[in-house]
Design a protein around this ligand. Sequence first.
Ligand code: ADP
Ligand code: MG
Length: 611
Amino acid sequence: MRIRYLPETLINQIAAGEVIERPAAAVKELTENAIDAGATQIDIDIHEGGKSAIIIKDNGCGMNREELIAALDRHATSKLPGCDLLNIEHLGFRGEALASIAAVSRVKISTRAGEGEAWSITAEGGQKFDPVPSSHPKGTQIEVRDLFFATPARLKFMKSDRAEFMAIKDTVQRLSMAFPHIGFTLSHNGTRKLSVPATNDPKARLGALLGRDFQDNAMTIKAERDGITLQGHAGLPTYNRGTAAHQYLFVNGRSVKDRMLRGVVRAAYQDVLARDRHPVIALFLDLPPEQVDVNVHPAKAEVRFRDAGLIRGLIISTLKHALHEQGVQSSSHRSNYALSSMKTGTGALPLGRARPSVGSSAFNFAPLAQPQNLPPNTGQDNGFSDHAPVSYQPRMNIAPSARVEHMDHTPPSPETLDYPLGAARAQIHENYIIAQTQDGLVIVDQHAAHERLVYERFKAQLKQHGIEKQGLLTPEVIELDTAEQEQLLNHQDTLSRLGLEIEPFGPGAVTVNALPTLLGQKTNIKRLVLDIVDDLRDHDSIDVLEDRLHEILSTMACHGSVRSGRRMNTDEMNALLRQMESTPLSGQCNHGRPTYVTLALKDVEKLFGRT
Ligand code: ADP
Ligand code: MG
């Protein structure tokens, strides 16, 4: 066996495997080239998910004949003048994108630099032809046809046209968020899917991409520390989604999918958002180029910070500060806060003795039937922390309206006191049921509890005869984007089995014609549909969807539960308690938060120094 050098074409194909793993990656590289070339308008045409053609036209600086020839060579770049990998100021810098793309497809580039002559060049499977004079306005147009025809193995891994296009759209959206002063259009098979005009207002661009709603429901973020600036927009906690897919981080203008971001955002919002809800966020971090290494990932989708701790700290504290300014008491739901704010008539509790500690757990999450389903109960976090109500019940202003909604003056019968959840005595703060047991008291979160009950009933219905549905008197029209519409319609039949009847309604909209009966009339249908779109995201095949039926049911249950705020009389409250006792897993809602807590009488007595 002899060691030999691989031919250039093969080397380029190997490189293409890393740099260009799917059509979206080619679109990213080519669009970045147009941005680097100083374009103010970039038009992108995609055919068949980018598999048959990707055509990108820009009005940037263009190339002369020599540059055009060199551009297709590997490691030929105009962007590292100082040959300094520590000082990268363009989006591209490796000079391998065009060579890689040309190695695996049929490429045609037409270009003109300033007042010079126009040239075009073609290449096929890595074979480059001589440039020929052409007619072309200033700027560059690159056509990439039959991507991966030269590497059939890779071709096999392409997903559906729709899935590939969704990835392309995400790529273009990210780039257009970072460069608001450039106008972008994106079409698929001749249909316009995105069009954003150049603007000087970054927030307007975000609004155009993420929806007007976001613009109205976002806080402005601005901070500076040690030459590092952080700015952008972060959604209010009540404006949240079921996936973290709508969180964008840009580092020096480069969109990065950094796992750090998710953790950081979670940490900042943890007190105001349930674990499974995610804020919408677009943050732009700018720091001196030498403090960040962008050369760690083939597609440049990840970066490495010299001082990651500093960056993390900056983002968390800035977001927390903004949330605080917004009037959301981000710490008010913490367990220790809740416990230590129990006051006696004259001052704080004598903490040493009487403050119910987590270890001795004055507050218990008493599981009825399934002790293994206790919410995780570790350390300082005794479960109260995640009690923060979420999107479906924004209740930040509960304090002023705090009052006892219902109080029962007749003493409960001794039999009722024997039930695990006891006898309902009062409803307070429009959401909490106080019940009395033989040896203590129980506080029930009526919304969380009801959500669990609805979910379990959905599951039972689905198993027996399918979900009962009820037609709407007037169908509700929901505006979506076209990709979301398509996604929903692909699952029309399955959703119909789940009681949700939808139909297309022009481009980008659907009508909802029927809802599961259990959901009731007051459901916010738009919200429900958006949440389901999130549930469906990235799950194309029906097989996977089957696994996710319960997830969708859980989303529906959340929407169909008794709002906090609904008043209940003693009989209704007792009925709810009895249902909870006979329902599996009723100790926690679908989000893993407890549905009730218990406080033993002896602990109440301790609180008052009676023991
Ligand atoms: P890189 O972007 O890393 O330099 P590429 O292979 O993507 O590598 O591009 C090689 C070179 O081709 C670039 O450095 C640039 O000089 C030129 N080029 C590519 N696309 C364009 C374009 N749209 N307009 C002007 N020049 C371009
Ligand atoms: Mg490039």
